[in-house]
Design a binder for this molecule. Structure first.
Ligand SMILES: Cc1ncc(COP(=O)(O)O)c(C=O)c1O
Length: 417
């Protein structure tokens, strides 16, 4: 025994999968490393968490439901790995459309939309396959794929054309190893909502090449003014779609960790490929999200619940007014050009570095802004869009105004003489 121990050497190393897990947003936000100006209070407009400032809160009704269910002690055990039947049914009713009907069997609840994305990518792709994801885009798609040794190809969004997909570029990336197209609408970080026609054009590419779509629709109803959200599944009876959603953004509870995959099969393509069984098997690895949060979904997601509907529309209007303030104020800043958002909680701002004495790129802009003005933003490079920065406009109006005044002052201070 003693001899065996001495012959073996310790060799404990982080796995290739863990080494591939790089989420640039969390790396920046969790690790910090930036030094704000100690003489100014920090205003963080960097992460897509609507709870940071305490001004946006889920309605009391939902809290009351949760408390009631905690006290009932009925939801303390393990739920089925795919979710409680009542939760799956509630999600099915919430996301189905007249042309794409769903039942509870078509829903897998997951630990946030992140967990749902993991399931969707995990069931459709093998090591060495590739997935097409948007650029600029949410970095989690790449991060998740890389931990599974799935290759990522980025299709361009055209900033000069409202961040629409460059369809020719998308087509040019497809090869034998391509197994899915991921579409994020409404989009993080661009804040855009695609038109019906544009979604149909993307679906046409998927149809031509027989590729399923993973539609990340977590910002589904957070759209402003006349901009309307069209679920991709409502627009095709030919292309199978795994639609991703969740309550994090719509109900302002990212910490509650509840998302879902909705399976929109077409011509039995998914069922012939055992995709549904695959999703069930994958869900059994983690056992789904928190039981208590699942338990309130029937009431929270009930399309007939006017109390919830009215609350949702108030929140959307609030975010729309924040978006307007952002564009109005930052349009006045030297060297900045806001791209109008049509939904979500995000605004991309283009930086014209030629207008500044000593700022070379978005990294420097964001770093110096934090050091001098204590305003924390994320640089566009994080989303593969250099010379932009992203603002999360959830903060209360007075905080946003103060942050924007500081940004304007910063742009003046660094103005080219
Ligand atoms: C586009 C997009 N998809 C998915 C997620 C993950 O959502 P969740 O917090 O429910 O995991 C986010 C979170 O910011 C997101 O912006």
């Amino acid at each position: 025994m003693q001899d065996n121990v001495s012959q073996r050497k310790w060799n404990v190393e982080s796995s290739k999968s863990a080494n591939n897990a790089f989420n640039p947003i969390r790396r920046i936000v969790d690790k910090g490393g930036f030094k704000p100006n100690p003489n100014k209070s920090t205003i963080s407009l960097s992460i897509g968490d609507p709870c940071v400032f305490g001004n946006l809160n889920i309605l009391d009704y939902a809290n009351d439901l949760l408390i009631e269910n905690i006290k009932s002690s009925k939801f303390n055990g393990y739920p089925p790995s795919t979710g409680y039947e009542i939760a799956r049914e509630a999600v099915a009713k919430y996301v189905e459309t007249p042309t794409s009907k769903l039942t509870s069997k078509d829903i897998i609840v997951a630990s946030g939309a992140s967990g749902a994305i993991e399931l969707a990518i995990g069931v459709l792709l093998n090591e060495g396959d590739n997935i097409l994801v948007p650029k600029p885009g949410f970095p989690l798609y790449e991060c998740t794929s890389k931990t599974k040794f799935i290759n990522v190809k980025h299709y361009n969004l055209l900033e000069k054309q409202g961040f629409n997909v460059d369809l020719e570029h998308l087509r040019s990336l497809i090869d034998d190893k391509t197994k899915a197209i991921l579409v994020n609408n409404p989009s993080n970080p661009c804040g855009i909502v695609y038109s019906k026609q544009h979604l149909l054009d993307i679906i046409q590419v998927a149809r031509e090449y027989c590729l399923p779509i993973i539609a990340d629709e977590i910002y589904s109803d957070l759209t402003f003014g006349e901009h309307k959200f069209y679920p991709m599944a409502s627009l095709t009876d030919k292309v199978p779609i795994l639609s991703i959603g969740g309550i994090a953004k719509r109900f302002l509870v990212p910490g509650w960790r509840l998302g879902w995959v909705a399976i929109h099969d077409r011509d039995n393509i998914f069922s012939n490929g055992r995709i549904i069984e695959g999703l069930i098997s994958l869900s059994q690895v983690i056992l789904g999200p928190n039981s208590l949060v699942q338990s309130i979904l029937p009431k929270l997601l009930d399309p007939q619940n006017t109390q919830v509907k009215e609350w949702c529309s108030t929140i959307t209007k609030t975010l729309e007014s924040h978006s307007k303030l952002t564009v109005d104020m930052l349009s006045k800043a030297n060297g900045l050009k806001p791209v109008c958002s049509s939904g979500t909680m995000y605004q991309m701002i283009e930086i014209d570095c030629s207008k500044y004495e000593d700022i070379a790129d978005d990294n420097e802009f964001v770093g110096k802004l934090l050091e001098e003005q204590s305003v924390f933003l994320l640089q566009g490079t994080v989303f593969s869009l250099p010379n932009f920065f992203r603002i999360v406009f959830c903060a209360p109006i007075d905080k946003l105004t103060e942050a924007y005044e500081r940004i304007i002052e910063f742009c003046e201070t660094h103005k080219k003489k």
